[in-house]
Ligand binder design. Structure first.
Ligand code: ZN
Ligand code: ZN
Length: 308
């Protein structure tokens, strides 16, 4: 089960009811924060979310509206007595971008480690103890005015375990967990694979967080069949398409085209220009292309569970 809550839905400038970009993901007691714009921690408080156990901050790029909430958040974590390490990842330029932020917070009570995600994605339990075995974070390139990347979080599910098959093979109960976790075992010189006692892998959960970008193929490819696409949609009107392209952003209808072409289940539009006071007024521009489009607001949340 995964919970996602949007903590900020504004682009560039914060508004009284709209903090700058951030989304928190919670999965079985663990959490990742995607971007951390100004106002993130205030918004978290307002919406009853604790960020104190955040283990990884995944940055899409280093524009101020996506990172300037980090120093305050790290300071609060330190004041609250945090001692365990936090990881920060992002596209190229991470060390340079984080240097002034880490200088501002060099008194904090825990370590900050900057990491680059491997090309094949990160199996989260290999970095942080306790994450479910099937939880993985991948980055994919996006097209903004500076180096940028979006994120794909997946929680895969192994096939159903059949105890009767394990019993028929005389596998001791204490080894069942090993097979259930996807590893093979050797018993009396015989190799037993998970597939000997388990069914086909079941559909898991897939969530995409784009960060700032123009409409591009890599987002469509990364979003294929996702349960939720959280997509930037800075401008609402068709007449703003050229402006959006110039600034490295999208209009509502482009985000909807990505959702349609990648066959996602739900589209959440976010990262709204400050001049767009009522984004939902332009929602029909997205819904006529992809009906399951929603205009987000700070504090919006969803719980995603596997289908079966
Ligand atoms: Zn932005
Ligand atoms: Zn930007």
């Amino acid at each position: 089960m995964i919970d996602i809550i949007l903590l900020g839905t504004s682009a560039l400038l914060p508004l009284p009811d709209r903090a700058l970009t951030s989304a928190a993901l919670f999965c079985e007691g663990h959490s990742i924060l995607f971007d951390c714009g100004e106002g993130t921690q205030t918004s978290a408080r307002k919406h009853g979310v604790s960020l104190m156990k955040t283990e990884l901050i995944a940055l899409t790029h280093y524009h101020g509206d996506h990172i300037l909430g980090i120093p305050g958040l790290l300071q609060t974590m330190s004041c609250m007595g945090r001692t365990h390490k936090i990881y920060i990842t992002g596209p190229e330029g991470l060390h340079e971008a984080m240097k002034p932020i880490l200088e501002l917070t060099d008194f904090i009570s825990f370590d900050v480690e900057l990491i680059t995600l491997p090309e094949e994605g990160l199996k989260l339990c290999e970095l942080i103890n306790g994450w479910p075995n099937g939880a993985r974070l991948n980055a994919f390139k996006t097209e903004h005015r500076v180096p940028s990347q979006g994120y794909c979080f997946t929680l895969s599910r192994p096939g159903k375990f059949f105890p009767e098959r394990a019993q028929a093979l005389n596998i001791p109960v204490k080894l069942w967990r090993v097979l259930q976790s996807g590893e093979s075992i050797t018993l009396d010189d015989k190799l037993i694979n998970p597939s000997d006692v388990m069914g086909e892998a079941r559909k898991g959960i897939k969530i995409i967080f784009t960060g700032d970008s123009t409409k591009c193929e890599s987002i469509i490819n990364a979003s294929r069949d996702a349960d939720l696409l959280i997509c930037e949609a800075t401008y609402g009107e068709e007449s703003q398409a050229e402006k959006a392209q110039d600034y490295g952003h999208m209009i509502f209808s482009q985000a909807a085209q990505i959702a349609r072409d990648s066959n996602v289940k739900k589209l959440w539009l976010t990262h709204f220009s400050q001049v767009m006071r009522e984004p939902s007024q332009f929602l029909p521009n997205a819904q006529k292309i992809f009906p399951d489009s929603i205009c987000c607001h700070d504090g919006m949340r969803i719980t995603l569970k596997p289908d079966d």
